[in-house]
Ligand binder design. Structure first.
Ligand code: 13P
Length: 335
């Protein structure tokens, strides 16, 4: 493990005023998003859409790294340039989703654990050869009456450890992504408790396995009430409770924290992170790693009018810029 190399990659990824763009939707997730907009989920359309995202002019002003999916890391532009080389020519770090989705956690109704450890080291070496400098592994937890259970949190944390060790051994920065889902009618306080307990579990396992803390990035959900909850919190409350949770349950020596948008309204995801930066004085670099909250307007525009690539790219750039401003607390909302 080359600790300097890991730290350098982390520093490039979380350097203000930039954040990460996630375009690593699996076949299924991409299919769901395409289907809603009437786009067929075929390789050619996925390639075409991702080309638009990857070749957007000047996106490197706002985006430090792209997280790709296995299919995408091997694809090329119509002009025959590999997607990886396009990103590298703009100084953008290449990341790769390496988990293989989730599977039912046996004996635990409704709970999931993440799969993909089989053959992981071999794949990491291949991705590194292709140019990847960081990776992502996501676990999901649904808030219910008795979930997430201790066992589910423990099992996913143990899997995170195996993933993180293999990444660091290969000088790839692991993004550890425990996502508390927004689904449900829970209160923000309940989300706080669950997030706090889970972060304690994840970091105690990572620490006891001697994972190199400055060489990892945490990708987390914000502390929010469930999307079906009647208790809707305002930006200030979300920012305050999220920062409290992170300050109390995330070690100060990790490389950085990035947020997923998780199905929040695009503008909320931007304003929440902006508010956190206005509250200031954070122990770790803190920025975004959004998928939907940056892609949504561009995807909708392209689905309607695939020929207008530059129109869709302008929308992508604007969303990336808004979040870049938010990552330093300088975003001003315009209705
Ligand atoms: P969203 O911002 O759309 O939640 O996606 C981020 C991500 O990478 C989920 O794993």
């Amino acid at each position: 493990m080359n600790t300097d190399k890991l730290k350098e990659t982390v520093a490039r990824l979380v350097k203000p005023p930039k954040g990460i763009l996630a375009i690593d939707e699996s076949f299924n997730t991409c299919g769901e998003r395409f289907l809603k907009l009437g786009v067929p989920n075929i390789e050619d359309k996925r390639r075409e859409y991702r080309e638009l995202l990857i070749t957007a002019p000047k996106i490197e002003k706002y985006i430090s790294g792209y997280i790709l999916f296995d299919e995408t890391i091997n694809q090329e532009t119509v002009a025959g340039k590999s997607f990886v080389s396009v990103l590298q020519s703009k100084g953008i770090e290449v990341g790769i989703k390496v988990d293989a989705g989730t599977t039912n956690f046996s004996g635990h109704e409704g709970e999931k654990i993440t799969k993909g450890l089989d053959g992981l080291e071999k794949r990491l070496k291949e991705y590194k050869e292709l140019g990847a400098t960081f990776a992502k592994w996501r676990a999901v937890y649904r808030i219910g009456v008795n979930t997430p259970s201790f066992d589910c949190m423990e099992k996913n944390a143990e899997i995170f450890v195996k993933y993180a060790i293999l990444c660091q051994k290969n000088d790839i920065v692991p993004i550890v992504e425990p996502e508390i889902l927004i689904d449900g009618n829970h209160t923000i306080e309940k989300c706080y408790q669950v997030t706090a307990r889970n972060l304690d579990m994840v970091f105690s396992k990572l620490r006891s396995a001697n994972v190199f803390m400055p060489g990892i990035i945490l990708k987390t959900s914000m502390v929010l009430s469930g999307k079906d909850s009647r208790d809707k919190s305002f930006t200030e409350k979300i920012a305050e409770i999220t920062l409290k949770c992170l300050k109390e349950h995330v070690p100060a020596d990790i490389g950085g924290i990035v947020f997923l948008s998780g199905g929040q309204a695009d503008a909320d995801a931007t304003m929440n992170i902006n508010e956190m930066h206005k509250m200031g004085d954070l122990p770790w670099p803190l920025t975004f790693s959004y998928g939907r909250a940056i892609q949504n307007p561009a995807l909708e525009s392209w689905a309607k009018n695939p020929a207008d690539v530059s129109g869709a790219q302008k929308l992508l750039l604007q969303a990336a810029k808004n979040n870049s401003l938010a990552s330093t607390g300088e975003y001003k909302y315009k209705a």
